[in-house]
Design a protein. Sequence first.
Length: 115
Amino acid sequence: MKSGALRVGKVIRIFAGKVNLELLAWCGVLVAPLFVNPNDASPVSFCLFHNLGIDYCPGCGLGRALALLYRGDLISSFMTHPLAIFFVLITGFRIITLVGKSVENFNQRIGVSHG
């Protein structure tokens, strides 16, 4: 009988073989700010630099800026982090590229040709 850890490892390998993990990660990055309250002044920070005591981090405020952007507050989003809009555009482009590659790979596996 296999141990639980070996079975979990096998499931992860099968899942990783079927799903593009980079695509999943980028989608998660864009969806996560939907669940952030931009007005919450919580002292908890996920920023590695902040937790190490480093004052400057180029990414700090990006999550809050995305949350504001998703709520339609473009000016506050820009004032919080000016690159939030560009981040969404660039990440969206990467997601579209990865979806295209995934579809192409899937079509090759099942033997569908286009053209």
